[in-house]
Design a protein around this ligand. Structure first.
Ligand SMILES: Cc1cc2nc3c(=O)[nH]c(=O)nc-3n(C[C@H](O)[C@H](O)[C@H](O)COP(=O)(O)OP(=O)(O)OC[C@H]3O[C@@H](n4cnc5c(N)ncnc54)[C@H](O)[C@@H]3O)c2cc1C
Length: 410
């Protein structure tokens, strides 16, 4: 009997555990270790921020998403012993033959110089609930959205959140009473997707009266004066500050000896293998280079996004299944991905392409429209449902993909 442990019950962890359980004989033990008994559909945080979803609409007990026959352990992993193949949790010790690390990236606002607990963000569940309250009470002024540092989850999400804030305040009748700034240390929006996509996104922001400020590296925030300082730039004042906090890997991963200097796990771009045999890493926890370059010696990285965590989870599950069955491994992750950017008024933009494209990722953006919004809503419903309902939604999504010739597969 072999044991496969999956660490982290987020997007990557759930997909890989379910696929393994579906395809492997019950003599293989599958253990999913997750510290949080409640699963949130993260892309919907922004709809909580705008009041389009209640918090209860986007959360579900994790056990409901997990196939029968998986041992779900709700406990925090405290240490990973990669030599003796063991994971220690607050609930006990578990040995493995195969390990999938899908522990994601966590928010670390306390790393901000001038950190104050009173910040606003739509990057966490609690944050989006709190920000909805702030937007309801907001009567006009300057809103500064600040990407504090790189890397951060989902290159489209800060753009999407800013567009939705603009849309919410417009509907509130504040159109002429607000100014929205978007500050980022990046040279363009979603740089990994190339300059053309960047220009399309800037146009989208401008058409919503959002001013895009590239190459703004956050230095510190002085909350008492409502002022933000950036490296080599003038300081900026705000009435409402919304941040995309710094991200880091969970402590348990940094302590395990598997990470690079930045704290992420280097993984083979195609196989997601790590430097330890039979140990795979998927999703936000990984550091995977793509062909493009920031500067001559600085490679671009595959973005941290659910779509990649999902795709990589499927590939790693298939590779483990082939390995235990002694079948030659043919499954590789090819770097295909897509992103839906909600723009308000029930419309969204859709970007898709191959992130392993040579000489740089090859990504294009489709015209903004209602069908992309419907697609995102359907995907949300599919993700949060189980049983027959899930299968029915899946059929509808597959029909939509075919009807509109959308270049993705689920
Ligand atoms: C506001 C927002 C909107 C987004 N929108 C999109 C989108 O539209 N499309 C898209 O593709 N991506 C989107 N993303 C990104 C997407 O949510 C992440 O990339 C995705 O969740 C990564 O999956 P993962 O499995 O790697 O990590 P996660 O889903 O973060 O899962 C990691 C899990 O590990 C658990 N964990 C951590 N440490 C421990 C420990 N020590 N012990 C036990 N458990 C632990 C965590 O509780 C968590 O459940 C968005 C992100 C944000 C913040």
């Amino acid at each position: 009997m072999k044991t496969i442990i999956i660490l982290g019950g987020g997007i990557g962890g759930v997909v890989s555990a379910n696929k393994l359980r579906k395809k492997l004989h019950s003599e293989y033990k599958i253990i999913l270790i997750e510290k949080n008994p409640v699963h949130y559909f993260v892309p919907s945080f922004m709809w909580v921020m705008t009041g389009d979803r209640k918090p209860s609409n986007i959360s579900v007990k994790l056990e409901k998403l997990v196939n029968p026959g998986i041992d779900l352990v709700i406990a925090e992993a405290k240490s990973i012993d990669l030599i003796n193949k063991n994971v220690n949790t607050l609930n006990g010790n578990y040995n493995y033959d195969y390990l999938i690390i899908a522990l994601g990236a966590e928010l670390a606002p306390e790393l901000i110089n001038g950190y104050n607990q009173d910040f606003q963000t739509f990057y966490s569940f609690e944050g989006s609930v709190k920000l909805f309250e702030a937007l309801q009470n907001f009567n006009g002024g300057t809103i500064d959205v600040v990407v504090c540092s790189l890397p951060y989850k989902c290159p489209g999400a800060p753009i999407e959140g800013t567009l939705l804030i603009a849309d919410y305040l417009r509907k509130k009748g504040l159109d002429n009473k607000i100014k929205i700034n978007y500050f980022t240390p990046e040279p363009q929006p979603m740089p990994v997707a190339g300059p053309e996509l960047g220009s399309s996104v800037i146009k989208l922001l401008e058409s919503n009266n959002i001013v895009f400020h590239p190459l703004y590296k956050l230095e510190r925030i002085v909350h008492d004066n409502r002022e933000i300082f950036f490296e080599n730039k003038n300081s900026e004042k705000y009435d409402l500050l919304v941040i995309i906090p710094p991200h880091r890997s969970p402590q348990v991963v940094r302590d395990s000896g598997i990470t690079n200097e930045a704290g992420w796990i280097p993984a083979n771009p195609q196989t997601l293998e790590t430097k330890y045999e039979n140990v795979f890493a998927i999703g936000d926890i990984t550091s995977v280079p793509v062909p493009g370059r920031w500067k001559p010696n600085v490679p671009m990285m595959l973005p941290k996004a659910g779509v990649f965590a999902h795709g990589q989870a499927e590939i790693v599950a298939d590779r483990i299944i082939d390995k235990v069955n002694n079948i030659g491994n043919k499954h590789i992750f090819k770097g295909d991905g897509y992103c839906v950017i909600e723009a308000g008024n029930k419309k969204a933009a859709f970007a898709f392409g191959n992130f392993y494209g040579e000489p740089h990722p090859n990504v294009i953006m489709k015209k903004i429209g209602i069908k992309w919004h419907i697609g995102k809503v359907m995907f949300e419903k599919w993700w949060l449902s189980s049983g027959v309902k899930k299968s029915l939604i899946e059929v509808l999504i597959k029909f939509g993909i075919k009807l509109f010739r959308i270049p993705i597969k689920i």
